[in-house]
Ligand binder design. Sequence first.
Ligand SMILES: [Mn+2]
Length: 430
Amino acid sequence: MTNLPISDDLIAEANAREAAALEDEYGALGRKLERAGIDIDTIKGKVARFSVAVPSWGAGRGGTRFAKFPIAGEPTNIHEKLEDCSVINQLSQMTPRVSPHFPWDKVSDFGALREEAASLGLGFDAVNSNTFQDQKNQAHSYSTGSLSSTEAPTREQAVEHNIECIEIGKQLGSRDLTVWVGDGTNFPGQQDLARSFDRYLDAASQIYAALPDDWRMLLEHKMFEPAFYSTVIQDWGSSILAAQELGPKAKCLVDLGHHAPNVNIEQIVARLHRFGKLGGFHFNDSKYGDDDLDSGSINPHQLFLVFNELIEAELNPRDGFNPSYMIDQSHNVTDPIESMMSSAEAIGQCYAKALLVDREALHLAQEANDTMMAFQALRRAYTIDVAPILAKARVEAGGAMDVLGVYRESRYRDRKAQEREAVGLGAGIV
Ligand SMILES: [Mn+2]
């Protein structure tokens, strides 16, 4: 029994108003693609099967180190977050899984939480542990680091927390544990750079040993912040070294914002895949650093090039290819529901454009060292407006053609503002 938050009639009525225009645009694009030997319905089928998870924490308004500006009707607990995530999936039909975060999303009965999510049309994606901040009544502080802390009891506590996350994930139906640690230093000399990595590997191997056979441990690297001089898992190099040391169930997770400016992320994707270590993505965009801006809002071409590598990887799987996709953004000035629906659309568009690349022409041009034609194979696909393909796939699945329009028409946030407890003012990234 599902209990979806937006009225199906509202969606159907709005779609009916735009139906003729969509048919017209889809037909025109179909004829254009047919001339290039591409069947639009095949592409639409692939787009319909594509999905990206949303993080539970993304449902709330984000913040910076300086401030957070809450909005009325913002969710304050996992139940309300699931409801908001359900809206995103109901309208976009692209985000059927939620990635929870512990201890933020802790409840007393996880079996009941799984059923609650299912009634909202949702399942659970990777579970995320949190050893980058202290919790109330915590025995040992993470101020000296967590998995790489110089203090043995602190490392033990961090390992236990991750194992607890695996246990929770089993009850929720998850099969991935994402581990990001904020461990690092702010001063040269503060910690021994080699020994801190040794300590991390030792602690991470204890978590790895607790993974069920069909689970993966996704190691997320990040160049800086909260540590500003050195970070223990700072780049894909340290990440793949750790993943290789831990074993086959350990993979690398690429967060698009966690690199130095202008780094060639699509090349990192190709490298990690080459060694069977590409585990997943956190999608967002950035202008200066780990800005956590909306996916595709700053550099959509880079997002397209990342998907181009992912399609190449899919065609040439090495040691399995099953990356987990998730949005990981901080919505500081927008309604998070709107941002995540808009981002899912941007991600799906880049996926669809990458599917449209004439692979044969690209590979032939590459082999012939015809640089311009190789580039044009990508350019031709990138410049096609694929919006009608996504809209058609969405509408056929029961979603809204105009996701933002229907969301605003539903007045969902206004209704929640009447029902929900107000979020307090506060600082900090969520
Ligand atoms: Mn991330």
